[in-house]
Ligand binder design. Sequence first.
Ligand SMILES: [Zn+2]
Ligand SMILES: [Zn+2]
Length: 153
Amino acid sequence: MGDLSKHFSRKEFECRLKGKPHGCGVKISLRIVHALENCRADPRVKFIRINSGCRCMEHPESVKRARAGKAPSYHSPQKDGFCHAVDIVMFGHDGRALSLKDQYEIAGAQPVFWDGGIGIYPDWNTPGIHVDDGPCRRWTRKRGVYTPGINLD
Ligand SMILES: [Zn+2]
Ligand SMILES: [Zn+2]
């Protein structure tokens, strides 16, 4: 039993700097956690690894965005004070990551994510996805380049 939901705990989502817990105390939205629980309930999924959850404004990715003049990402606290994005990898019962097609399909079956943001990341060491409950957006990052839409080729 996790301390946020059946399978997820606060520490999986906490803001980390250089791999270490930052201790800034920013929190993930339960709306996201519950949608992840629903993804985990898909028969294809054994478990979901959270690569990155909350990022306070001191997090290097937040600093980079601010320097580039971009608004804070959904990984950072929003108006309600909670963070609303996670980078994840879904694993199957054979212990291997599911295909990006399956991960996208499973995330997309959740209205919270379908109506929100889903990005796919084929270049990660273990390919995975970003999900959030912001405005509806889709993107693919390949070789460091972001393109709109889901490109599974
Ligand atoms: Zn932090
Ligand atoms: Zn992300």
